[in-house]
Design a binder for this molecule. Structure first.
Ligand SMILES: Cc1cc2nc3c(=O)[nH]c(=O)nc-3n(C[C@H](O)[C@H](O)[C@H](O)COP(=O)(O)OP(=O)(O)OC[C@H]3O[C@@H](n4cnc5c(N)ncnc54)[C@H](O)[C@@H]3O)c2cc1C
Ligand code: FES
Length: 279
């Protein structure tokens, strides 16, 4: 295995061996890779940049959130939906083959388990993977406070990580646009009810999903004065701060009048929702 360790951060470039590759349901796959250095360093909310093939197509790497990291086994995993040409190529990898992988990349979620707060994780569709890693980390820490996952999608078959969240022994609330699983509606409806229930203790919200969902989550948490971190999914051609392809508007020093461009791949992908310029 070739390993390059970058001097500026604990990130590694490896040809990771595929340990297993399972179709979970429909076009949703779980890919487990052997990459001990990445598994050791990975934090919830961080991501990998992977490249399939050994010619110039595809030319650029693609980012995938870390779904799970097992430092003892030396493995990391991603969950992805096979949709376009890149992910269809990924779906053809079999156990034993190698995948060029750089990680762990970016700045992940920050959480505090000592304050009496509820941790509310809001997942929209394929935004679920980094929140699964976060839920695992919070549940595995000394946290004694409730962890609730609001897991939503357009329809039941697009819900990601249903079994894996349930295995963590936390509260999962399913929401689908068409009512095919759980509550009919949007994740933000469920979140709004939870945050306006005055009998419940304060909350910290962590979200990942489509930008429109993140914007709505940011509006609700601002109204309810609840701290919220969002993981944004901009295009990330390099993932290491070189190409400038992932910029996002961020408020300067909490002042929403003055904005600057931040690189989502290195300063994020997780940002305070209140700092993001939602346009
Ligand atoms: C931080 C982060 C984490 C993510 N985590 C996950 C995850 O856990 N699971 C998951 O399924 N997806 C995740 N994604 C999304 C994922 O990287 C892409 O959606 C996925 O690679 C798209 O693959 P595809 O096969 O559908 O399409 P692709 O074959 O990648 O192409 C789709 C279209 O986008 C264009 N395109 C692709 N890359 C670029 C680029 N760099 N610049 C400009 N145009 C481009 C292509 O030309 C094509 O038109 C994440 C994205 C980010 C930013
Ligand atoms: S993805 Fe290249 S600078 Fe961020």
């Amino acid at each position: 295995m070739t390993t390059v360790e970058y001097a500026t951060a604990r990130r590694f470039e490896v040809n990771a061996v595929v340990i297993s590759h399972t179709r979970i349901v429909n076009n949703e796959y779980l890919l487990v890779l052997h990459a001990p250095q990445i598994a050791e360093a990975a934090q919830p909310g961080q991501f990998l940049e992977v490249l399939t093939g050994d010619n110039y197509s595809p030319l650029l790497r693609r980012p995938f959130s870390i779904f799970n990291a097992d430092s003892k086994a030396g493995t990391i995993s991603i969950v992805y939906l096979a949709r376009g040409s890149f992910t269809s190529g990924l779906a053809r990898l079999s156990a034993g083959s190698q995948l060029s992988t750089i990680g762990p990349l970016g700045c992940g979620y920050r959480w505090e388990s000592s304050h009496p707060i509820r941790h509310i994780l809001v997942a929209g569709g394929i935004g679920a993977p980094p929140l699964h890693f976060l839920a695992q980390a919070i549940c595995g820490s000394r946290n004694e406070h409730p962890v609730v996952v609001i897991n939503g999608a357009r329809t039941e078959e697009l819900l990601v990580g249903i079994k894996e969240f349930s295995d963590l022994n936390l509260e999962v609330r399913l929401v689908t646009d068409d009512g095919s699983a759980g509550r009919k509606g949007r994740v933000v409806d469920e979140l709004h009810e939870m945050l306006t229930d005055e009998l419940k203790p304060a909350a910290q919200v962590y979200a990942c999903g489509p930008m429109a969902m993140l914007k709505a989550v940011a509006q609700i948490t601002r109204t309810c004065r609840t701290p919220c971190q969002v993981s944004v999914e901009t295009a990330m051609p390099c993932g290491i701060g070189i190409c400038m392809g992932c910029t996002i508007g961020i408020a300067v020093d909490g002042d929403n009048v003055h904005k600057r461009l931040a690189l989502a791949c290195t300063e994020g992908p997780v940002f305070d929702a209140s700092a993001v310029d939602w346009g």
